[in-house]
Design a protein around this ligand. Structure first.
Ligand SMILES: *[C@@H]1O[C@H](CO)[C@@H](O)[C@H](O)[C@H]1NC(C)=O
Ligand SMILES: *[C@@H]1O[C@H](CO)[C@@H](O)[C@H](O)[C@H]1NC(C)=O
Ligand SMILES: *[C@@H]1O[C@H](CO)[C@@H](O)[C@H](O)[C@H]1NC(C)=O
Ligand SMILES: *[C@@H]1O[C@H](CO)[C@@H](O)[C@H](O)[C@H]1NC(C)=O
Ligand SMILES: *[C@@H]1O[C@H](CO)[C@@H](O)[C@H](O)[C@H]1NC(C)=O
Ligand SMILES: *[C@@H]1O[C@H](CO)[C@@H](O)[C@H](O)[C@H]1NC(C)=O
Ligand SMILES: *[C@@H]1O[C@H](CO)[C@@H](O)[C@H](O)[C@H]1NC(C)=O
Ligand SMILES: *[C@@H]1O[C@H](CO)[C@@H](O)[C@H](O)[C@H]1NC(C)=O
Ligand SMILES: *[C@@H]1O[C@H](CO)[C@@H](O)[C@H](O)[C@H]1NC(C)=O
Ligand SMILES: *[C@@H]1O[C@H](CO)[C@@H](O)[C@H](O)[C@H]1NC(C)=O
Length: 463
C-alpha cells in the first residue's frame, strides 16, 4: 500500500462510485490527438492512405512489434497532484460556477490509492460501459495482430513475449498474448527495468547516467504559457478566490485525459477550447522532442540499443526459428527507439517561439498514445526482401527509401539506411552506464532467452 493520505471518498460497502455520464461515453475521440499520449488509443491521424495489408505479390518473413502498455490510471505522483487540485475545489467555500459547476455533483475518478499506476481493467474501470480499458484494448490488439500476421504463426509452438518489469506493462503483454487465441502458447520474458540491466533491456534509458531532461531548457522554457494564464483567469473569473494556478491548469489537461481512460468520458475536458488543446498538444511535442526524442543529445544513442537489435533480427530472419518478436515497454522507450529509427525526425529542431503547423512532424500523441504499437515488417517479393514500418495502424514509409511494394524499403537499401542512422552512436559511452552500476553493453535477450528465462519481479512504479 502506498502510504498516501489519500482515500478520497467514503466508499462504504460499494466498490466504487457510480459514474454519472454514461450517455456521453465515446463522445470525445476528436480530442485524443491533443492529449500528449495520455488519452486512449487511436490510429495515427497522418495516414498516407497506404494499405497496411501485405502487398499481394509478397510473403511475410518476419514481424517485430514494440508496444506501449494500455490505458491506465495516473502514476502515484500524478495522482497525488490531481488529488491536491480536487481538494482545492472541495475546499472552495461556495458552489462552483460556470465551466467548473459539474464538480458540485461529481465523483472523483481516482477513487482510491490502490488503482494508481495500474492498467485499467474490466474490474477497476469506473464505468462498465467504458470502451477504453487497457485490458480490452490489449486483448483486441492481440486478436487483430494474429489476423494480420497469421501466416507467421503457422509453426509456432511457444511464442516469446518480451516485457519490461512494470506491472501495467506486464499486464498488457499478458492480455495481448491471451488475445492471440487459444492455439498459441506464450512464454512471457520479463526484463527488469532497473539500471543494472544496461543495454540488455527494453528500457535502456534507465541506465543512462548522463540523460538530462532539462538539457534544452533554453528552448523549452521559452514556450509561452499565456494560454495557461488565460484559462486560469477564465476559471477564477467565474469563481472569485479559487486558487487555480497555471501549473494546476496544465494538470487539468491530464485530469481530462486520464479520466477518459478510467470512465470513458471526462467532464473536465469540456472546460477547454480547441485552441487550448492545440497549445497544450504542442507543449507535449516540445517536451517529448527535447527530453525523450531527437532533440536531446543522449536519446539517439539510447534508441540505438533496440534499433541495432531490430536490424540484427531482420538480417537473421532466415536463420532464426522465431519469426514474431513482441516487445512491451513505456511511451518514452518507444520515443527513444523512434528517434534512432528516424521516422519522425526531419532534421529540423522544434521551435518554441510559435506553434508550427506546416512542417511539423513530431506529434508525440500520434506516436505513443496508450496502447501504441510500432510494427517492423520484413517481406519477400520475388527474389528480394523489403522492410516497412507501421505506426499505430498507418504505414509510415522511410522518407528516403520507399521504392518497394507498398512503399517499403528494399532490404539492401535498408541496411545502408540503418548503418547511417547508427553511425557514431555509442550507448555505453555516451550514457556513461558504468556510473549507473552496469557494464552490460549489449542486448542479448533475443538470443539467450530460452536459456535465461527472464523473470524479473514486477514493480508498480516505472524504472
Ligand atoms: C480540503 O483539503 C484537505 C487537504 O488539504 C482534504 O483532506 C479535504 O478532503 C478537502 N475537503 C474537501 C471537501 O475536499
Ligand atoms: C512452417 O514449416 C514448414 C515446413 O518446415 C515450412 O515450409 C514453412 O515455411 C514454415 N512456415 C513458417 C511461417 O515458418
Ligand atoms: C501448449 O502447451 C500445452 C501444455 O504444455 C501443450 O499441451 C500444447 O500442445 C501446446 N500448444 C501448442 C499449439 O503448441
Ligand atoms: C526565445 O525567445 C526569444 C524571443 O522570442 C528568441 O529571441 C530566442 O531566440 C528564443 N530562444 C530559443 C532558444 O528558441
Ligand atoms: C495558491 O496555491 C499555490 C500552490 O498550489 C500556493 O503556493 C499559493 O500560495 C496559493 N495562493 C493563494 C492566494 O492561496
Ligand atoms: C549491434 O548488434 C550486434 C548483434 O547483437 C552486436 O554484435 C553489436 O555489438 C551491436 N552494436 C551496437 C553498437 O550495439
Ligand atoms: C525560433 O524562431 C524564432 C522566431 O522566428 C527565432 O528567432 C529562433 O531563433 C528560432 N529558434 C530556434 C531554436 O530555431
Ligand atoms: C532479382 O531478379 C531480377 C530479375 O529477375 C534481377 O535483375 C535482380 O538483380 C535480382 N535481385 C537479386 C537481389 O537477386
Ligand atoms: C565497469 O567497468 C569499470 C572499468 O572496467 C570498472 O571500474 C567497474 O567496476 C565496472 N563496474 C561494474 C558494475 O562492473
Ligand atoms: C527467476 O528464476 C530463477 C531461476 O529459476 C529463480 O532462482 C528466481 O528466484 C526467479 N526470480 C523471480 C523473481 O521469480
Amino acid at each position: 500500500m502506498i502510504g498516501l493520505p489519500f482515500l478520497l471518498l467514503a466508499l462504504g460497502a460499494e466498490a466504487f462510485p457510480v459514474a454519472k455520464d454514461s450517455s456521453k461515453i465515446g463522445s470525445q475521440e476528436d480530442i485524443f490527438k491533443y492529449l500528449g499520449g495520455a488519452a486512449p488509443y487511436f490510429s495515427f491521424p497522418g495516414d498516407y492512405g497506404i494499405s497496411a495489408e501485405i502487398p499481394s505479390q509478397c510473403s511475410l518473413e518476419q514481424v517485430q512489434m514494440f508496444a506501449r502498455h494500455g490505458e491506465r490510471f495516473p502514476s502515484i505522483h500524478r495522482g497525488q497532484q490531481l488529488a491536491n487540485i480536487y481538494y482545492k475545489f472541495g475546499n472552495y467555500s461556495k458552489p462552483l460556477k460556470g465551466d467548473l459547476s459539474f464538480l458540485n455533483d461529481y465523483d472523483f475518478f481516482i477513487y482510491g490509492d490502490n488503482v494508481l499506476e495500474e492498467e485499467v481493467t474490466a474490474e477497476n474501470t469506473m464505468d462498465p460501459l467504458n470502451p477504453y480499458t487497457g485490458e480490452a484494448n490489449a486483448k483486441q490488439h492481440g486478436r487483430l495482430f494474429y489476423e494480420q500476421y497469421s501466416d507467421l504463426f503457422e509453426n509456432v509452438t511457444e511464442l516469446p513475449v518480451f516485457t519490461s518489469s512494470n506491472k501495467r506493462v506486464y499486464d498488457t503483454a499478458v492480455n495481448f498474448a491471451s488475445g492471440l487465441g487459444r492455439g498459441i502458447n506464450s512464454s512471457i520474458q520479463t526484463l527488469s527495468e532497473k539500471a543494472f540491466m544496461g543495454a540488455n533491456s527494453l528500457t535502456p534509458a534507465s541506465s543512462c547516467y548522463t540523460w538530462d531532461a532539462d538539457e534544452r531548457y533554453d528552448v523549452l522554457g521559452n514556450f509561452s504559457t499565456q494560454y495557461l494564464k488565460d484559462i486560469s483567469s477564465r476559471l477564477t473569473k467565474e469563481n472569485k478566490g479559487l486558487n487555480i494556478t497555471q501549473k494546476d491548469v496544465q494538470l487539468l489537461f491530464q485530469w481530462c485525459a486520464y479520466e477518459i481512460n478510467v470512465r470513458g468520458y471526462s467532464p473536465m475536458c469540456e472546460i477547454f477550447t480547441e485552441e487550448d488543446f492545440i497549445q497544450y498538444s504542442y507543449w507535449n511535442d516540445l517536451q517529448g522532442y527535447y527530453e525523450d526524442g531527437p532533440g536531446n543529445s543522449v536519446i539517439k544513442p539510447i534508441g540505438s540499443v533496440l534499433f541495432n537489435a531490430s536490424v540484427e533480427l531482420l538480417k537473421q530472419s532466415d536463420d532464426l526459428e522465431n519469426k514474431i518478436w513482441l516487445n512491451f515497454a513505456h511511451d518514452t522507450d518507444i520515443e527513444n527507439y523512434l528517434a534512432t529509427v528516424g521516422l519522425f525526425d526531419n532534421g529540423e529542431e522544434l521551435n518554441s517561439s510559435y506553434v508550427p503547423f506546416r512542417d511539423h512532424v513530431y506529434h508525440k500523441a500520434w506516436m505513443v498514445p496508450m496502447g501504441a504499437r510500432i510494427y517492423t515488417e520484413k517481406f519477400q517479393c520475388g527474389n528480394e526482401s523489403f522492410v516497412r514500418y507501421i505506426v499505430n495502424d498507418a504505414v509510415i514509409p522511410i522518407e528516403s527509401c520507399s521504392s518497394g511494394p507498398g512503399f517499403s524499403c528494399p532490404m539492401n537499401d535498408f541496411i545502408d539506411y540503418s548503418n547511417k542512422r547508427l553511425e557514431g552512436l555509442d550507448y555505453a559511452k555516451t550514457c556513461e552506464i558504468s556510473k549507473s552500476g552496469t557494464n552490460v553493453t549489449e542486448l542479448t535477450f533475443y538470443w539467450d532467452y530460452t536459456k535465461k528465462n527472464y523473470n524479473a519481479s514486477l514493480t508498480l512504479a516505472s524504472y
